[in-house]
Design a protein around this ligand. Structure first.
Ligand SMILES: O=C(O)CCCC[C@@H]1SC[C@@H]2NC(=O)N[C@@H]21
Ligand code: NA
Length: 575
């Protein structure tokens, strides 16, 4: 960043930033030293299963609303228009199915880790495979965010390892409020500076940033209603249905109803979060008209460009740049602390406890804290080496160390699809298909992960340019008859060479990865199960099957349902 553009924090900015971090530490320490003082794993890992739906729902938002979403979504809207906003349609089924399918199954079995389900339904091997896949996913995505924690490593280490799930949930609540406040501040200032809402809308409209309903069924087109609205449902199910971080929050609720209510309450807040980040992208577009300023930050990622815009917008308003950077750190910290806490939980519950059944509660709790501490320090130290020694503590340091190492939103979502999709398939195989057996589950997961990495890496290696229309910048041409038209209208009608054969396979939209990989695991899992002798319904552990067919045929009279769904006489399915 050249000196003329050096955006410095004022004293007030540092005060706001430090104050918000201090509150996070305070909340974490309070939860560490109050209540049962985190003496049992039930309290440390499951918050004593007494949580209320409001903090749980805000914590569910914070877990997967990190700096990637806060920065990546405005960058996406700024560059490609509002098509991404249609992912909001995926939130309906993406939260209804977890609320009425996954939560009842998990809650009634009083689990601590989602992967215990896999042992009860299949075998210990399947549970270990699920756990290791989850750890791999969280490390792959969390890694890029650890740069943020480098600057606030102490904060994260303190309250995650001392305060357990209760501290992580309550700091998530506070950090979600800070996130919304920071984004709102940028929007209010940005709209006011752009000359009002109608001005922002006009510029976005003329700049072709207001995308219509794109019903193009081509699965290689990056963002359409289908990839976002339907493909997005499977992404949501892999995150809000079976991801340990979220399942742990559902299980920490005081009752099953409370857990379902917290899932319902996620819907409006998630829509608000999506709306705020999309509007932020439009406000930025109204001000900078699509020009690319990322070069001013010395880095060339779209995300860094967003930082520049925000700091430029908020200059001369002391305290607001500090609020926005605190908003980014809150977003990152809440995701990091959730990832660390869930990693410590599965390591303890799935990898250690089964081998030491006689371990005392006190020792198990101490080990869980030590695990949390090790995971955090390991993450920081290897990231610290990567980042090397950074320049003096300034806004540049804050933003560069926190964000320019950031993956783009698309890369993180692609990783969720590549790894979370197969895990979602594993759970669906177990819950909806009684015939599936352990061999089928392991085989399905292995094939699913292999195919998913084949597509994912293939798409990166071949980097097919794809028919991405270059949207125009703001430049508006005044026609002779005094009407205006957007400069070089979108070239979306230009059809580049269509991909063929394997190339088409590699150019599958990353938003389809979750659905594609989920179905691969189910299909392969069923084939292998039938080849190796399908399970009989009476051999399946009670409560691990969700009677999908009976629920779908709810309108039929009972005697027909019994015949059709071949529910065994003892009616073992508890749901
Ligand atoms: O910010 C992150 O943790 C990575 C991006 C996760 C975004 C997904 S998309 C659907 C859902 N909506 C959110 O706000 N977060 C998740
Ligand atoms: Na977060």
């Amino acid at each position: 960043m050249d000196p003329s553009n050096q955006k410095h924090f004022t004293v007030l900015d540092y005060v706001v930033f430090a104050f918000l971090l201090a509150v996070s530490i305070g909340i974490g320490l309070y939860n560490a030293l109050s209540g049962g003082r985190q003496r049992t794993t039930q309290e440390f890992l499951m918050a004593d299963r007494r949580m209320h739906c409001v903090p749980v729902s805000l914590s569910l938002i914070a877990s997967f609303q990190s700096a990637v979403a806060i920065i990546g979504v405005p960058a996406e809207i700024y560059t490609h228009g509002t098509q991404y906003w249609f992912i909001g349609c995926a939130y309906i089924l993406g939260l209804l199915i977890p609320a009425h399918v996954f939560i009842p199954v998990f809650y009634r079995m009083r689990l601590s880790s989602a992967y215990q389900y896999l042992e009860l339904r299949f075998s210990k091997t399947v549970r270990i495979c699920g756990t290791l896949t989850f750890i791999f996913q969280m490390v792959m995505t969390g890694f890029e965010l650890w740069g943020t924690v480098l600057a606030t490593g102490l904060v994260c280490t303190l309250y995650t390892t001392l305060g357990g799930l209760k501290a992580v949930i309550w700091t998530d609540v506070f950090q979600t409020v800070v996130m919304f406040a920071g984004q709102l501040a940028v929007i209010v200032v940005g709209v006011q500076q752009a000359g009002g809402v109608s001005e922002v809308w006009r510029k976005a409209w003329e700049g072709n940033r207001i995308s219509g309903l794109d019903l193009n069924p081509d699965p290689t087109v990056r963002h359409t209603f289908w990839t976002l609205g339907v493909g997005g449902v499977f992404l949501m199910l892999s995150l809000y249905g079976v991801n340990q971080a979220q399942v742990q929050r559902y299980l920490s609720s005081r009752t099953e109803k409370e857990a379902v209510r917290s899932c319902y309450m996620v819907f409006p807040s998630l829509q608000l979060a999506l709306a705020l980040s999309c509007v932020m992208g439009l406000v930025m577009f109204a001000r900078y008209c699509g020009e690319d300023h990322s070069d001013k930050l010395g880095t060339y990622t779209r995300d860094a460009m967003v930082i520049y815009f925000v700091m430029d917008m908020l200059q001369g308003l002391p305290g607001l740049p500090g609020l926005f950077v605190a908003c980014l750190f809150s977003a990152a910290l809440s995701t990091i602390s959730s990832a660390f806490n869930s990693l410590a939980t599965v390591t303890m519950e799935d990898l250690i406890k089964p081998h030491f059944p006689l371990m005392s509660e006190a020792r198990a709790t101490l080990l869980s804290k030590a695990l949390g501490f090790c995971v955090v320090r390991a993450g920081l130290s290897c990231h610290g080496k990567v980042m090397g020694c950074r320049r003096r503590w300034s806004l540049t340091f804050l933003t560069e160390s926190a964000l320019t190492r950031l993956f783009e939103l698309q890369v993180v979502l692609a990783i969720f699809g590549m790894v979370g999709g197969p895990v979602l398939g594993l759970f669906c195989l177990g819950m909806f298909f009684p015939w599936a057996n352990s061999t089928g589950a392991v085989g399905g997961l292995v094939v699913g992960l292999s195919v998913s990495f084949w597509v994912g890496i293939g798409s990166i290696v071949t980097r097919w340019p794809g028919p991405r229309p270059h949207l125009p910048n703001c430049g508006v041409i005044l026609l002779p008859d005094n009407t205006t038209t957007a400069a070089n209208p979108a070239l979306s009608n230009v059809t580049l060479s269509q991909p063929t054969g394997l190339q088409r396979f590699y150019s599958l939209s990353y938003m389809w990865y979750s659905a594609f990989n989920c179905f691969t695991v189910i299909l392969i899992g069923l084939i292998i199960s039938f080849l190796t002798g399908p399970m009989k319904e009476e051999d399946v552990t009670p409560g691990t099957i969700y009677p999908l067919l009976r629920k779908l045929l709810f309108f039929l009279p009972d005697h027909l349902k019994k015949k059709l769904c071949c529910v065994t006489p003892l009616g073992q399915t508890v749901l």
